[in-house]
Design a protein around this ligand. Structure first.
Ligand SMILES: [Zn+2]
Ligand SMILES: [Zn+2]
Length: 153
């Protein structure tokens, strides 16, 4: 690596490893149905940084195009969800749980609140947003996106 990583992470089996060259700018929980399905959990815990500050140091994720506007990266060997990124904007999210030290990246916002499970009680006082509550260009993209997630339920 040309530059030292300030944070490192990887998948459960160790086939895919990454380094971050800057601390994430923001961290969030996303409760949307796509993040629930993609993680198999109640929400995704994501830390956002510039594309240029993420370096794959071992292996590489397989990408699933979950919609016409975003891709999700996961380990091809063990399936660990690793990334979520819109196709535009120059930023990428890594899953907080895939960091070697997840403790330092505290989320401050709940996104995708329209799909938050009713049995999940929030008491953190963080900002809450619905999918599409974002800057104009992204909101327009989200409104017109084609969802590639299985729509059975
Ligand atoms: Zn793996
Ligand atoms: Zn989401």
């Amino acid at each position: 690596m040309a530059r030292a990583a300030v944070l490192t992470g990887g998948c459960q089996c160790g086939a895919v490893r990454y380094g971050l060259h800057a601390r994430p700018e923001e961290a969030s929980f996303c409760h949307c149905r796509m993040c629930q399905r993609a993680t198999g959990g109640a929400f995704a815990a994501l830390a956002c940084l510039r594309n240029a500050d993420l370096e794959w140091t071992k292996g590489a994720p397989t990408l699933f195009e979950s919609s016409s506007i975003a891709k999700r990266g996961f380990c091809p060997s063990c399936g660990t969800p690793l990334t979520f990124a819109y196709n535009t904007g120059g930023h990428i999210n890594v899953t907080i749980g895939s960091l070697d030290d997840p403790e330092g990246e505290s989320p401050s916002i709940h996104y995708g609140m329209e799909s938050k499970r009713s049995w999940l009680k929030l008491c953190d006082g963080w900002e809450e947003q619905q999918t599409g509550d974002c800057h104009d260009e992204r909101a327009r993209e989200i409104k017109s996106m084609t969802v590639r997630q299985d729509q059975t339920r």
